[in-house]
Design a binder for this molecule. Structure first.
Ligand code: IPD
Ligand code: CA
Ligand code: CA
Length: 293
């Protein structure tokens, strides 16, 4: 039964499961969170060891930990539920056609560059979605031992306590975050123009290198807004639900509806959203782009 703790289960999961209005989603959240915690243990165990690094692009790395974490998640989720598809960064990364049915969307290590350099800001991100709509989202930051989870309509939680976006009501008083795509050489203008615009209109801009965690930090009120281009579905599918269930808002740069399959996102605590979109709308990419890396 949803809300009843199973043996050996991390007690931080229980309130989040209990918050799920649909007991079936509660069970999915249980499996998702257990998989994220297990994968996080794998990342923690490999963090201090020498890494085997291969390259997807000039600065786009894959380590042994990305692969080991993904294998852990896939094995646990396969056991947990049949009939649910997989979109997973390292082994099931094609989304030529947008998903229609139930799908797990997995980033086994968001923040690979940080991990490879021993910078402890990275996370496991897993969403359960139906089509493009996320129903369950879990982000786990192993080095801080922080478990963020959300269930559609059931609120959002950090380490078992309800979490909410900040109350900051003006851009001028806000702390923002952003990120840069790996294809930065082709995107210098697309990255720098919005940054130049926003950096003088807030209290600070952070660029910490893990989009799922950037959004999780927004969801729990540590920052007030976030924007980035060319993120992939596995970067945002879980954390977008954290933000919306914590009371925040996500759109495109020009204020249109966001799904993890569009190439730009602006997220905020809601209160500064109009101001943020007011600054970013000039830089919208408009067209939906699929499977761009
Ligand atoms: C990356 C991180 C980074 C963002 C990149 C992503 P990865 O994910 O989220 O913050 O700026 O665009 O690709 O490759 O570390 O999983
Ligand atoms: Ca990622
Ligand atoms: Ca990744």
């Amino acid at each position: 039964m949803a809300g009843t703790r199973s043996e050996g289960e991390d007690e931080r999961i229980t309130p989040c499961i209990a918050g799920c209005k649909d007991p079936a989603l509660g069970e999915i959240l249980r499996a998702t969170a257990m998989a994220a915690l297990a994968a996080g243990r794998v990342l923690r165990s490999l963090y201090d060891k020498p890494h085997r690094i291969t390259h997807k692009g000039t600065i786009d790395l894959v380590t042994e930990a990305d692969v080991a974490s993904e294998q852990t998640v896939l094995a646990m989720l396969r056991e947990a539920g049949g009939g649910i598809g997989f979109l997973a960064e390292e082994s099931h990364s094609s989304y030529e056609d947008l998903p229609h049915g139930p799908v797990w969307v997995i980033d086994p290590l968001d923040g690979t560059t940080n991990f490879a350099h021993g910078f402890p800001f990275f996370a496991v991100s897993i969403a359960y979605a139906e089509g493009t709509a996320s129903k369950v989202g879990v982000v786990y930051a192993p080095m801080q031992d922080e478990l963020f989870c959300a269930c559609q309509g059931g609120g959002a939680w950090l380490n078992g306590s309800p979490m909410h976006v900040s109350g900051t009501s003006s851009l001028q008083d806000s702390l923002l975050a952003t990120g840069f795509p790996y294809a930065i050489e082709q995107e210098v203008e697309g990255v720098m123009a919005p940054l130049t615009r926003l950096v003088t209109r807030c209290q600070g801009v952070r660029r910490a290198g893990a989009a799922a965690l950037d959004l999780a930090y927004l969801a729990c009120g540590r920052t007030d807004g976030f924007w980035e281009i060319n993120l992939k579905p596995w970067d945002t599918a879980a954390a977008m639900l954290l933000v919306s269930e914590a009371g925040g808002r996500l759109t495109t740069y020009d204020g249109k509806g966001y799904t993890p399959y569009v190439p730009e996102v602006v997220a905020s605590n809601g209160k500064i959203h109009a101001e943020l979109v007011g600054q970013l709308a000039d830089f919208t990419r408009g067209e939906r782009v699929k499977n761009e890396k």
